[in-house]
Design a protein around this ligand. Structure first.
Ligand code: NAP
Length: 267
């Protein structure tokens, strides 16, 4: 049996096992996807132990995405982002990748959002924000990063080509001329709140929220009311899983099957 899994803490509510098992079922694969919660001090031992046991691939989530970089050989994108969410044990040494960035890009592509030359505004400069910032910039967008803690946005902007850092008070001005807005803060997960003033949203914007619980956030409702195009957070979650599956197995993922299962789990 092929074994895959997720390293994080906590991982009990993760939807990843269901998304990956849907793909294994579709292809009749003898495979399983398990969740593991190692102690932070045992992260390296856990990764090395997984390799020794023949585990094919691991996803990595909070709080291990940054620390895991010490135990794998990073690809170029994960190296620039400074975080790993996918480990591949297929080679001589475990390799580390960042399919959050790939997931964000593919979610936007799926909705035909043109990023080359776009003016993108990214709200949030945490772990997910870093991955999205590089995804937008690599695809040719200029990226205005706005964050509650302004220094964090400025720091991220120094690492990302064609990016500038701002506080949240700049959002109205930044959005006036923007084509794309991505929320990568956790605002909207708990409480019916949006990190973006509703009156800054307009018809010319595509708004992607990476929060996926709830699926229909206050930001996306405000965006729909302003006639903006909306993309919910399940798309990025789906495509990071698709990218991990394809890296591990070398075959094209059954995207629609994975999407159907994911959406049946979310409200
Ligand atoms: P993180 O590293 O803790 O970063 C949190 C971000 O949210 C920071 O920018 C933080 O600003 C901001 N923030 C938190 N509370 C805020 C508030 N009350 N007002 C304004 N800004 C606030 O978390 P993360 O790992 O980046 O995750 C962020 C969100 O993305 C979570 O909801 C997570 O579930 C989601 N996510 C989705 C996917 C997907 O595939 N769809 C993938 C990864 C993450 P400060 O810097 O000022 O603290």
């Amino acid at each position: 049996m092929q074994v895959y899994g997720l390293l994080g803490n906590p991982v009990g509510h993760s939807l990843s096992p269901r998304i990956h098992h849907a793909a294994y079922r579709e292809f009749g694969m003898d495979a399983c996807y398990a969740t593991f919660e190692p102690e932070p001090s045992e992260l390296g031992t856990a990764i090395e132990g997984a390799r020794a046991l023949g585990v094919r691939g691991l996803n990595v989530t909070i709080p291990f995405k940054q620390d895991a970089i010490s135990f794998v050989e990073l690809d170029e994108l994960a190296d620039r982002i400074g975080a790993v969410n996918t480990i591949d044990f297929g080679g001589d040494r475990p390799t580390g990748h960042n399919t959050d960035a790939v997931g964000a890009r593919r979610a936007l592509e799926r909705h035909d959002v043109a990023l080359d030359g776009a003016r993108a505004v990214l709200v949030g400069a945490g772990g997910a924000g870093r991955a999205v910032a590089f995804a937008l910039s690599d695809a040719g967008a200029t990226v205005s990063i706005a964050n509650r803690t302004e220094e964090r946005a400025e720091e991220l902007a120094t690492a990302v080509p064609n990016a500038t850092g701002h506080g949240l008070s700049a959002l109205n001005d930044l959005l006036a001329n923007a084509n794309v807005l991505v929320n990568a803060t956790s605002v909207g997960m708990e409480g019916d709140e949006s990190p973006v003033p509703a009156d800054a949203l307009h018809r010319g914007l595509t708004v992607m929220d990476i929060v996926y619980q709830p699926l229909e956030t206050r930001l996306l409702r405000d965006a729909a009311a302003a006639d903006a195009t909306t993309i919910d957070g399940a798309w990025m979650l789906l495509y990071q899983a698709v990218a991990a599956f394809e890296r591990w197995t070398g075959q094209e993922a059954p995207v629609e099957v994975m999407n159907d299962v994911l959406r049946s789990e979310l409200t």
